[in-house]
Ligand binder design. Sequence first.
Ligand code: GLU
Length: 427
Amino acid sequence: MQKGFNPFEMAQAQFDRVAEQVGLDAGVKEYLRWPQREFHFTIPVRTDDGSIRVFRGFRVQHSDVRGPCKGGIRFHPQETADTVRALATWMTWKTAVVDIPLGGGKGGVICDPHELSMREQEQICRGWVRQVWKNIGPVQDVPAPDVMTTGQHMLWMMDEYETLSGGKFPGVITGKPVGVGGSLGRTEATGYGVIYTVREALKRMGMDIRNTTMACQGFGNVSQYAADLFIKYGGKVVCVSCWDQSDMTSYTYRKMDGIDMAFLTSITDRYGTIDAAKAIEAGYEKLPGEAWIETEADILQPGALENQVNADNVGKIHERAKIIAEGANGPTTPEADEAIRKRGIFLIPDFLCNAGGVTCSYFEQVQNNMNYYWEKDEVLAKLDTKMTNAFHAVADLAERRNVYMRDAAYMIAIERVATAARLRGLV
Ligand code: GLU
């Protein structure tokens, strides 16, 4: 994360801008621009070499006025209280824009899973739950996976929660593995959801997806499944970028006649690093990490971390780019946002574009509550409907009021959250 860049200030600035435009009452505005509650704590872990390491953990509950707080837990060496605050705030707008009965929260631990054994990671998961278990739960706050956390981490957390609370509560956490309370389709959901919105955007622009190309940043859960579905729909993915653990840098792997997902995943290790030698041998160009943004493509999909499209590189976006689909949370800084708006590139804002994950998490909770599990097709069909409806509601509003897509998404989300807060008599 760039020095001097504060994602929480950015989240507040985005909110303030729209609160101003819609004339939101000053008191309501003040209430919604801060998290309701925060937990900051330490997690002592006995490492494999017998020493004690102390990790810092967070859970931020931004809003529960529309339902229990909801949002992932990230493991990242550059995590800060403010990144978690920003991400928790975006979760509130995300659950509101797709209209699921949940609020917004986020958690994090400052750590780098690349250098931790699975046993050490398990200790972090269990330690995290021991600190907050009284303040999370199916009717209070429901965590999920995010950057560098997986179904396995969720299951350790669920297990610790159930041990402490003395019952079975699969709805305490989502993104669990299938067979232990997880939902079919949850792994694919975020990336697929991104492409459902891209598909609908292309329809509105009168473009055939089969004649389009997409450049992806990242090669994690979001980009892998976004690329997968985009290719299934007949589009071409021309590049992905990924982190290389051996020299701690990122690289773009490019193939202008279309990447082969099955091949690339087959040469990717468990840390998400693509085997460069094998990729080059198969005809991929290995380029600097940032090359994805200047690659000629109709669609750009930043699917990694925040602050990736910024004042330094926004000018490098190829003239062919027509859509930016924000698979990541907070990938675009305010300066870059301004430039994108001026250029007239159609933006599908993060908390709408990547809402497929949390929407499927909601379906997972519903299945946990019923103790009855749906077929994958049923899950994905419901997900498609939710994403498609939310997308068109935002795009219609953007058109009708002639506002930027991000602002239109905020208008819908803020209105829903503010109304719930008002009806409860909180503000
Ligand atoms: N971490 C994902 C997100 O940022 C999913 C959250 C969830 O499923 O609760 O939307």
